[in-house]
Design a protein around this ligand. Sequence first.
Ligand code: M6R
Length: 369
Amino acid sequence: EKDGYPSFMEKEIHDQPEAVLQTLLGRSDIDGRLTLDEMRIDPEELKKIDKIIVLACGTSAYAGHVAKYAIETWCRIPTEVELAHEFRYREPIITPTTLVVSLSQSGETMDTLMAVRYAREQGARTMAICNTNGSTIPRESDAVLYTHAGPEIAVASTKAFLAQIVAAYLLGLYLAQLRGNKFQGEIKDILADLNKIPAKIQSVLDNADPIRELARSMKDADSVLFLGRHVGFPVALEGALKLKEIAYIHAEGFAAGELKHGPIALIEEGQPVFIVVPSPRGRDSLHAKVVSNIQEVRARGARTFVIAEEGDEAVKAYAEEVFFIPETQPLLAPLLATVPLQIFAAALAGAKGYDVDQPRNLAKSVTVE
Ligand code: M6R
């Protein structure tokens, strides 16, 4: 079943082009008109939504963080992302025009389920983005948008994460279409770029030997930091979580802009730091700012490993090693930039001789609060 891969996690990392493809399939026509047939919420009601709250835990919450950037950009609907277990124990403001979107691979995460129930009781419309047909969270929600990543066996989530981002993006584009926030032509262009993502992930996978080699050389590291900005920030958080979960290495992700507000004090000679660099073709100042963050940590002795867009020669001068990902529009970059970090964690944990699929203390689906 592992298709010749050493672990389910490795297999699932390699399933990602297919997971993205399947999640996109059949959800738009050739004019770029989204047809989310499964959506059981009346379009008239969706037009009135004035706030979105995304609820999830762990990796799924990071997918939510990525989606927030896209949904706010495309739909201009204020979007919050909250850990499900935090949401329930405060007094969240929910009205009948609030859409609560839950993200869950398993559809059985108790924290998320309880938060969804609570939101429903408070009168919100609830929608589940879920990878498991017929599981509890979609059954208890008003609507569901399934990710079609296929069963995910490894405890560490990989392909479900990319599929969740894609599904949340489809939801964002659908809302933008309904509400007329975007021209149909723009939606069509974004969908066309999304459709190119599977082949681009494949190219990241085909060129992953250098990152595996780096991982093997770092098996004695005791701390690794990850920096990112904009959508690269949740990617950094996800890179750090993968490493904690399966390699048991202390890892933290930071918003690169936050460095000087504290975390830079951690940097000492030899500290490995991964930096997710935004496209130089995106918002101009963002790229320059992250490049200057690389310089700042490097000047303090950090070993800098950079994920950057192909052709971004400017980063080379400051990086011990650069891992290039294909060009795409900035909001879609997480679908590519996450992949080398997943491969890094799997290879490092493998090099340490750990059970990559069944890390200690963790369960695939957390069905207790
Ligand atoms: O099944 P869910 O997506 O609801 O699970 C949420 C988290 O428990 C899950 O993402 C967890 O963080 C993974 N082990 C991450 O790799």
